[in-house]
Design a binder for this molecule. Structure first.
Ligand SMILES: NC(=O)c1ccc[n+]([C@@H]2O[C@H](COP(=O)([O-])OP(=O)(O)OC[C@H]3O[C@@H](n4cnc5c(N)ncnc54)[C@H](O)[C@@H]3O)[C@@H](O)[C@H]2O)c1
Length: 329
């Protein structure tokens, strides 16, 4: 694809995945319009730091501080910038906090996604990608999780909003013909990872000799996926969605790791033993995730290239280099 003809709106541009996607698009020559409202889920300083990385990437980047629920403003922004496609990553993220704030999650994730789709159609966009999540698989026993699996029992409000977004997107495609891809990301990590996620917390605390919380007996497992692999999957989906209409793709690593092994890996990377406080499993947390990548390999040529050990080592280097900005000293 010739990205120099593309003007791409990225929602959640100041977030972890959004900022990496912006950098990649700019590197490929696209014009990028970032949107974010600096949701207070984590600090504005960290999001400004992410945006600075995007600006440092060079290229044609514009940014608007905007709530995705403001459909009219979004549509005007898209029209002004001649937006051809949207990568919709803005959301209230995080499984556990969604239990305390189901209304807030439903509003931003579900209404916000409909708002982005309506604005994209109104502005004449040609394609939309949106973030779904492995959490839609709930506690399904069949592993690995495939896009065709029965998934009608999400176990957290967050997961339910993500499944709702998939249904809204399917209907929107049916009614308007707009090509839409829903990408089920499996626990993403690497430089810039959200500060509420396990690897980032473990690296920070274990390196300082502080106690970490381990929920459950350590057998809970996740298909951790390195950010560069996610970004390459996003690009492949952007280039191919118009020949699929509406499509769901898993973007994972197909290498699940148990929590206790994750802790050992972080110990090896930082060179220090963890002090672990074992606590009961948290409501809303699924027992395991594991991506079946058959469809995304066949249709997107997707491949997860970075091992978890290498990825954690790279995240650790990044955390040390950015320690002042991250308030880690
Ligand atoms: N990180 C993961 O492991 C993971 C896994 C599965 C799915 N996802 C999904 O991927 C997407 C990106 O996740 P992330 O980890 O980068 O999260 P993030 O919190 O770092 O980024 C999301 C961004 O969206 C912004 N935002 C929230 N509400 C908004 C609103 N109303 N208007 C405009 N902007 C708003 C936030 O300020 C934030 O910068 C999310 O949709 C998330 O649900 C992430």
């Amino acid at each position: 694809m010739d990205y120099s003809n593309e003007s791409i709106l990225v929602t959640g541009a100041a977030g972890f995945i959004g900022s990496h996607v912006c950098c990649e698009l700019l590197g490929r020559g696209a014009k990028v319009v970032g949107v974010d409202n600096f949701d207070p889920y984590y600090s504005r300083e960290l999001k400004d730091h992410n945006l600075q990385m995007v600006r440092d990437a060079g290229g044609d980047f514009a940014f608007a501080e905007l709530d995705i629920c403001s459909t009219g403003s979004l549509e005007r922004l898209m029209s002004e910038h001649g937006v051809t496609g949207v990568v919709h990553l803005a959301a209230k993220a995080g499984v556990r906090p969604s239990i305390a704030d189901p209304v807030g999650y439903a509003k931003i994730n579900v209404m916000g996604t409909q708002s982005v789709l309506s604005a994209a159609t109104g502005a004449g966009c040609k394609r939309v990608l949106a973030a779904s999540s492995s959490s839609v698989y709930g506690n399904n026993e069949k592993i690995p999780f495939a896009e065709t699996d029965f998934i009608e029992h999400p176990i957290s409000p967050y997961a339910a909003t993500k499944r709702s977004c998939e249904l809204i997107a399917d209907t929107h495609h049916y009614l308007t013909g707009l090509p839409i891809a829903m990408l089920r990301f499996f626990t993403v990590f690497g430089p810039g990872q959200r500060p509420d996620l396990a690897i980032r917390i473990f690296l920070g605390k274990i390196s300082k000799g502080e106690t970490i919380k381990m929920f459950g007996d350590g057998s809970m497992s996740r298909d951790f996926t390195y950010i560069d692999d996610i970004v390459s999957g996003v690009m492949a989906a952007y280039e191919r969605i118009d020949s699929h209409g509406y499509r769901i793709w898993n973007l994972g690593s197909d290498h699940p790791m148990e929590l206790r092994e994750l802790i050992s890996t972080v110990e090896r990377v930082v060179g220090r033993e963890a002090v672990v406080n074992q606590l009961p499993m948290q409501p809303g947390d699924v027992d395991r995730t594991w991506a079946d990548l058959s469809r995304s390999k066949d249709e997107l040529g997707y491949r997860a290239c970075t091992s978890i050990a290498d990825g954690i080592a790279q995240q650790w280097v990044w955390m040390q280099e950015h320690a002042d900005a991250l308030g880690c000293r």
